[in-house]
Design a protein. Structure first.
Lengths: 355, 75
């Protein structure tokens, strides 16, 4: 396991924004209603907030709206934000980095380090660990971790397993350096296994398989599923099997290193991948249902955004009013895994925003 | 776990297919009910009951329940 232990950083606030537009899974026309109901029952996804992917709403727009409100509520000046990291698989352009676009559009000081991290479901844990590690140096005082995805863009309508699962969201978490001992200790454990890279992939459109005339052709993938090589392809059974074996190991490594007392954990935030997997993982990780909030029925799988989104939609009041110990665990495209334990102490959490 | 126990646990993962249909020689992917959801349940059953990990591609590679059993037991 790759371990991070971060001190002298405080979590100041968290915000999230989703597209206003809602897609109801029951309205899907390609399979019988009975099958849709079974799908909803298994995955837990009733509806999803999805952008129309014509360039009018990108991940960065969702993150920006969330960040503008959070900065205002925190009373921060944009001149003092020294680090902006954007974690996503849905960037504005292949280049430049979306973090640079956001620096300019938001009017954040040019005396700022800004870069993108390309990761999916594990993105929040990776983003928090990376930014926390930089901020604890003390030379950059204030930072924004923007994590989001509008990956419903990658789902083929004729691929029910992807189409009915993916939702869009953008989030931001504000971190600040503190010299004092009142910091919010953060610990993370990471694992990477790129041998699973073909299990969740958009095959064409990058440098390895440049977009070509064949990229747009629909292929019959069996079981009534059709998609092009520019759509996201997921082997659900491979992901499930990998997750069942590795997520508990990853979380156990973290628990043992920090001597985690499960009784003292207020909430265990499990990546909102699908209800079936989350329930299996919850049992294997040994947490009661009351400690594991869900919002997948309303938002679907929003990739790296699921955990910060869950904090905003389900834990806002508690995050604002009392100190919390939060554990979290994610597994996703790569494969990339992360588990973490963070602390918050009465942070700013604006209501969920819509764009 | 014996092969007999495995066949019986395997059968339990199916909602609609009657248990008596299942024998060690059953070619599970030819069953009407076989699909990704049942596959997930089988992976989960193997994890819980045998503390072993079976992958989606291994499920595809094997043909009969006995073949799958032997592959998992050899791990």
């Amino acid at each position: 396991m790759a371990e991070l232990s971060i001190k002298h950083v405080k979590i100041r606030g968290i915000a999230a924004c989703v597209p206003e537009r809602v897609e109801e899974n029951k309205d899907y026309t390609r399979i019988p209603q009975e099958e849709i109901e079974k799908y909803i029952q298994t995955t837990g996804v009733v509806r999803r907030h999805c952008a129309i992917h014509d360039g009018s709403i990108c991940t960065s727009d969702l993150c920006q709206k969330a960040a503008e409100k959070l900065i205002a509520d925190l009373g921060w000046s944009k001149d003092e934000i020294g680090l902006l990291v954007f974690v996503s698989h849905t960037t504005d352009y292949r280049l430049p980095a979306t973090a640079c676009v956001l620096q300019d559009k938001m009017g954040i000081t040019k005396n700022c380090l800004a870069f993108d991290i390309t990761l999916g479901c594990s993105g929040y844990l990776l983003g928090m660990g990376t930014v926390g590690s930089i901020v604890q140096n003390g030379t950059i005082k204030k930072a924004l971790v923007m994590v989001g995805n509008t990956q419903s863009e990658y789902a083929s309508y004729e691929d029910r397993s992807m189409y009915l699962l993916l939702g869009d969201a953008g989030t931001v978490t504000a971190l600040e350096y503190t010299e004092d001992d009142d910091y919010d200790q953060m610990d993370f454990s990471y694992m990477t296994d790129g041998s699973g890279r073909a299990s969740v992939i958009v095959p064409d459109g990058g440098s390895r398989n440049p977009t070509n005339a064949h990229s747009f052709e629909y292929e019959d993938c069996g079981d009534g599923i059709r998609r092009t090589r520019l759509h996201e392809k997921m082997d659900g059974t491979d992901v499930f099997s990998f997750a069942m074996f590795n997520v508990p190991r990853n979380f156990k490594a973290l628990s043992e290193r920090i001597n985690l007392d499960k009784e003292k954990v207020d909430y265990m935030l499990i990546h909102q991948a699908n209800k079936f997997l989350m329930e299996k993982l919850r049992k294997k990780l040994g947490f009661e249902p009351e400690k594991c909030p869900y919002n997948i029925h309303e938002f679907g799988n929003t990739s790296g955004a699921t955990i910060p989104l869950l904090m905003v939609t389900n834990l806002k009041k508690e995050l604002e009013s009392r100190p919390l110990t939060l554990c979290m665990t994610t597994i996703g495209v790569g494969f990339s895994l992360g588990s973490g334990c963070i602390h918050t102490n009465k942070i700013i959490v604006p209501d969920l925003m819509y764009l | 776990m014996t092969l007999e126990e495995f066949v019986s646990l395997f059968a339990e993962q199916f909602d609609d297919t009657p248990a008596e249909v299942f024998t060690p020689e059953t070619k599970y992917s030819t069953l009407d009910e076989w699909g990704s959801l049942v596959a997930l349940s089988v992976i989960s059953m193997v994890d819980e009951e045998m503390d072993k990990s079976v992958s989606g591609s291994e499920l595809k590679k094997c043909s009969t329940i006995e073949e799958l059993y032997n592959l998992i037991e050899a791990k």
